[in-house]
Design a protein around this ligand. Sequence first.
Ligand code: 6PG
Length: 241
Amino acid sequence: MNRTIKVYSTSQLLAQAAANQITQLLKSALGTRDRASLVLTGGSTPRRTYQVLAEQHQNSLDWQRIDVFFGDDRFVPHDHPESNYGMAAETLLEGIQPGAVYAIPTDEASPAAAAEAYEASIRSHFKNTRILFDVMLLGLGADAHIASLFPGSDDLEETERLVVASKAPEGSPVRDRITLTVPALNASRSVIFLVEGSKKQQAIRKTLHDGNTPAARIRPSGKIAWLVDEAAYPDHGESAR
Ligand code: 6PG
């Protein structure tokens, strides 16, 4: 597995580096194909990166040739404060105006119906070509969950479907979720983990060193770049590998 880990002293440096890496990967994808795909993650960590992209990278590439997807969302309206789509629209999408945005349809009758509809839109986007996203952004929960795939969930064992309805643990702001599955997340030319804060220390360590976490199941055909801050990974010192 081609994995690199880069540690940044501040959130701003992390966001700048992430925005640069995302645009570099998308530009090289556009060098060989008409369009490229970017899968956004939710939560709070990526906000700063999205803002840097919207403010400093509007002209770094032809965003009209980029198709934006979501790795997961909460089953709430897009204008709900907990909506990942809403967060991305506010911090990123209005700034870069991508050619196409595939929002998870949280206005469907149920999470299961939304998952089914989203899977259909992904499959129809890729038509009869191999489903392969160019850049997959992921965050990391303090329990080492990714997207809305949580420790101990049967959803982690899904091998056929690309999108499922899942349940966040008790106490989560919104329990009903729609999420890409492990096979869908691994269908990526490159994965970028964005992780910051001391609360993530154990999740990172368990994922990188003993491998028995949801995040450890992310093994794309391409590269994995961990972009983390000092607080999340204080005992770093790992070189890129
Ligand atoms: C979500 C995200 C989720 C997130 C982690 C980390 O819908 O919440 O997709 O997987 O990346 O929970 O969230 P923070 O960045 O807020 O710590």
